[in-house]
Design a protein around this ligand. Structure first.
Ligand SMILES: NC(=O)CC[C@H](N)C(=O)O
Length: 268
């Protein structure tokens, strides 16, 4: 008699942004995996929209979609998800992947945060806050006007497993870029509230275990030398971030599979 299959539940934050696209990619992927012996003997997969704290129950992994990180930050604070996610990601080490706006919310330092604070969706009294998890400084809307949106094929030299050296179409939409990897020793405390300026840095409150933290690994860097420092994909332990949107590339869910293999199944 075979052991019972393990149920793997992957949540997608569904407050705003490209969550339908992530869910559609997961549905296609899970269908493929249900026909693949290597997986179907051991696992059953399910996806779930995450809109409130209760939806986080028994998740094995979580995806934060692209969209508008200011709006998402406000909504996360309003319904208590921000604090719950901080604990799950920073302390319980829930595998988590953020694309674009989702990446921004996973960064410990964010610059260029003021742009949308005058927007109609935003309560001015609320501060932009991030969940944190990646010891990096990210700059929002980093490509300027002409390159606001573009897509380009890159070779994923630094990804491992099935994505190693794969050609991948990366879609950038008002994308953020990681400018610096921060060192744990120089980490600053969360900044006190202050008025918004172009160079304001938002820092996530750090609540996890500093000693056992994994090191950030750069997975994709644009430009030919390190000084350009246009990091657009990064991993730090249980947290993965891409500046681009794999969920918007029709029929290609290789990166979703990679996240499930490398972050969720590898940690079981
Ligand atoms: N495509 C996106 O997710 C854009 C992110 C957006 N510029 C932000 O800062 O939230």
């Amino acid at each position: 008699m075979s052991d019972r299959k393990k149920l793997i539940i992957v949540g997608v934050l569904a407050l705003q942004g490209s969550y339908h696209e992530h869910l559609a990619h997961l549905t296609s992927l899970f269908e493929d995996l249900s026909n693949d012996k290597e997986y179907n003997l051991k696992y059953e997969f399910e996806s779930r929209e995450v809109k409130k704290v209760e939806d986080l129950d028994s998740l094995n992994g979580l995806i934060l979609p692209g969209g508008e990180s200011t709006t998402m930050s406000i909504l996360l604070q309003r319904n208590g998800l921000l604090e719950a996610l901080k604990r799950l990601i920073q302390i319980d080490k829930l595998p988590c992947w953020g694309s674009c706006a989702g990446l921004i919310l996973l960064c410990n330092e964010i610059t260029n945060t003021n742009i949308d604070l005058s927007g109609k969706n935003v309560e001015k009294s609320m501060r932009y806050k991030s969940i944190g998890g990646l010891d990096v400084r990210v700059h929002r809307n980093s490509f300027g006007r002409q390159l606001d949106s573009f897509s380009e094929k890159f070779t994923l030299e630094n990804f491992d497993g099935e994505l190693h050296n794969a050609e991948f179409t990366c879609v950038f939409i008002r994308a953020p870029v990681i400018k610096d990897v921060l060192s744990l020793e120089t980490r600053q405390p969360e900044e006190a509230p202050h008025s918004d300026t172009e160079n304001r840095i938002v820092r996530a409150t750090y609540i996890g275990d500093i000693v056992n933290r994994a090191k950030p690994e750069v997975l994709l860097r644009l430009g030919s030398n390190e000084k350009d420092s246009m990091i657009v994909a990064i991993r730090q332990g249980n947290v993965f971030g891409t500046s681009f949107h794999p969920e918007l590339v029709k029929g290609d869910y290789r990166m979703h599979k990679w996240f499930i293999d490398r972050f969720i199944l590898d940690s079981i």
